[in-house]
Write a protein that binds this ligand. Sequence first.
Ligand code: GCU
Ligand code: CA
Length: 138
Amino acid sequence: AATRYEAESAPATCDGLIESNHAGFSGSGFCNGTNAAGAAAQFTVTAAAAGAATIAIRYANGATAGRPADVLVNGAVAHAASAFDPTGAWTSWGTKTLAVSLNAGDNIIRLSPTTADGLANIDYLETDQGGPDPNPTG
Ligand code: GCU
Ligand code: CA
């Protein structure tokens, strides 16, 4: 089962502005990072157990060039200059999934852009460690 962490909800941080002017986001807004290398969005995620997890990052990139970002887990680069390719419009949201390894308890996941264009707009990050849904609704 996946757990969603909205970019606009503490303890997440955004080196830029939380905005809501491009429709289609989840929650109450998204992180529009400052257009600069290193202007990051950061999430604190909780894992039930140490081990492999999939993260899904929902983003929009209405520019014509990619917005690559290092994905750091607890301060170490897990994926260097990971691509956040154009989605066609700032209102067109895509999802990028990556494999990571998490510690039990809290983990810091930081998206740190590697070019002067900064990040794509970031809506949320989800984590999933697999296994049965602990709270099925069906
Ligand atoms: C536009 C857009 C922003 C986006 C920015 C960018 O200003 O409205 O949402 O973050 O471009 O290029 O990063
Ligand atoms: Ca921006």
